[in-house]
Design a protein around this ligand. Structure first.
Ligand SMILES: Cc1cc2nc3c(=O)[nH]c(=O)nc-3n(C[C@H](O)[C@H](O)[C@H](O)COP(=O)(O)OP(=O)(O)OC[C@H]3O[C@@H](n4cnc5c(N)ncnc54)[C@H](O)[C@@H]3O)c2cc1C
Length: 407
């Protein structure tokens, strides 16, 4: 990985800085991402896509900017936006998980229909994987889809479905071949959340907000052409999506932004006239975290470089979700400690809380606990790292622990 900026990258740096001077005042506040994007965010996202600061390597034919992936381009853009404290664009399950899946295994028609509106933030997706009886043991999913004429007819239930209460579309893992072994009997369907027969019941998390939902399907008809890759290929497709989900959850860009917020918090908070950042206890913890976030960024760049070269990163990729969520939790833990009593005195402000800076550390702290579970729990990640990454002996299988691990 060569991190030297060439003339091309310096030109890009100048171009991004000019963009920021012209348009920077139109940026929404960084952060957010847990609600449907508002008009201001959609306009900003459109601008970013047009200039190639979002969806940079998504082919032009599908609505992206269409340039060859270049890890330093991404670093230059992220760095300039971060220094200017600007919103770096939407990350959600559609953009970060479904789009790369369709690029890899979608049909030409599926790519043309869905990628453009998704990267612009106009179409919001949710992920219909987990069920009450199959979270870690995802391959045991039992929501059924039976072919009837030109449609699959779906019956069953999903749970913990983030964003389903405002999503337009779902990518659904369901059982179409009940007679085949569990991994071979699944299919991956794209369906509109407005299809008759879908009922969404919100679930509140300990943050006090509706983060996820139960989704019930009663005779929901999905056109057969909305299957991705084909019948019985759902486990393969679902794992492509999971790979991208884990990279999104452990992303170093978000951690860098939060580290900067944490430094500001420690600089601006004083006890008996002394700034927290000048106290050994806080400074030591901050410096350790700062070192780890920098290392995490370098790791991320290495993964991006390998991906751009078409190389498989193996165990280096498998550690991202586990490492990124643990680091995120330690960042918010330090912030909550620094806030003292205010860090503990959480009062749910419901959906409004996200927009109030003073309250977000408490919420992030609680949300970070959830991220250790979402996308496949960190216990399962450790199994994957150990067994598939490091070649350690596999977990013994008993009837009650038949979970093969989400991913
Ligand atoms: C914030 C958040 C957002 C989410 N969003 C979505 C979403 O949008 N769509 C979706 O489909 N799902 C979503 N989920 C669900 C998530 O993927 C599951 O919660 C997760 O896969 C764990 O499944 P489970 O809850 O059924 O727990 P279980 O599988 O019942 O596991 C319970 C506990 O046992 C441990 N465990 C289980 N098997 C093993 C094993 N073999 N070895 C070691 N430990 C084991 C787990 O680590 C966990 O601690 C979300 C979850 C959270 C917290």
């Amino acid at each position: 990985m060569d991190l030297t900026l060439t003339d091309k990258h310096r030109a890009l740096q100048a171009e991004v800085q000019a963009f920021i001077r012209t348009h920077g005042q139109d940026s929404p506040k960084p952060g957010g991402g847990r609600k449907r994007p508002d008009r201001k965010t959609l306009d900003w996202q459109k601008l970013l896509v047009e200039h190639g600061y979002a969806a940079r390597s998504v082919p032009h034919d599908y609505g992206g900017f269409g340039v060859e992936p270049d890890v330093l381009d991404l670093a230059v853009i992220a760095d300039a936006f971060s220094r200017a404290n600007l919103y770096q664009g939407l990350t959600n399950q559609g953009i970060s998980m479904l789009v790369p899946t369709l690029l890899e295994v979608g049909t030409e028609a599926q790519r043309r229909q869905w990628i453009g509106p998704t990267i612009r933030g106009e179409v919001i997706w949710c992920q219909g994987y987990s069920e009450p009886g199959s979270g870690s043991d995802l391959a045991a999913a039992s929501t059924r889809a039976v072919l009837d004429g030109g449609d699959f007819v779906v019956n069953g239930q999903k749970i913990w479905t983030s964003s389903a209460h405002y999503a337009d579309m779902m990518f659904l893992l369901c059982r179409t071949e009940p007679d085949l072994p569990k991994h071979e009997g699944l299919s991956y369907l794209l369906l509109s959340m407005r299809t008759p027969g879908i009922e969404v019941r919100p679930l509140k998390t300990m943050t006090g907000r509706n983060e996820f939902n139960e989704v019930f399907f009663t005779d929901v008809r999905v056109p057969a052409k909305q299957i991705v890759l084909g019948r019985g290929k759902g486990w393969y497709v679902a794992n492509i999506t999971l790979k991208h989900e884990r990279l999104m959850i452990g992303d170093a860009g978000k951690l860098t932004h939060r580290l900067e917020q944490l430094i500001t918090l420690l600089q601006s908070t004083s006890v008996e006239g002394r700034r927290l950042i000048d106290m050994a206890e806080f400074r030591d913890r901050l410096l350790k975290l700062q070192g780890e976030v920098l290392a995490w960024r370098a790791h991320n760049l290495r993964l991006l470089t390998e991906a751009a070269k078409g190389e498989e990163s193996g165990v280096k990729r498998m550690v991202v979700k586990y490492g990124g969520t643990m680091l995120g939790f330690r960042l918010s833990s330090l912030a909550v400690d620094a806030l003292g009593a205010a860090g503990l005195a959480f009062e749910s402000l419901g959906e409004a809380a996200e927009d109030d800076d003073a309250t977000t550390w408490n919420i992030d702290y609680m949300y970070d606990v959830g991220l250790m579970i979402g996308g496949g729990s960190n216990n399962i990640q450790k199994n994957i790292i150990g067994e598939r990454g490091l070649g350690l002996p596999r977990e013994p299988k008993t009837p009650s622990s038949a979970a093969i691990g989400r991913g």
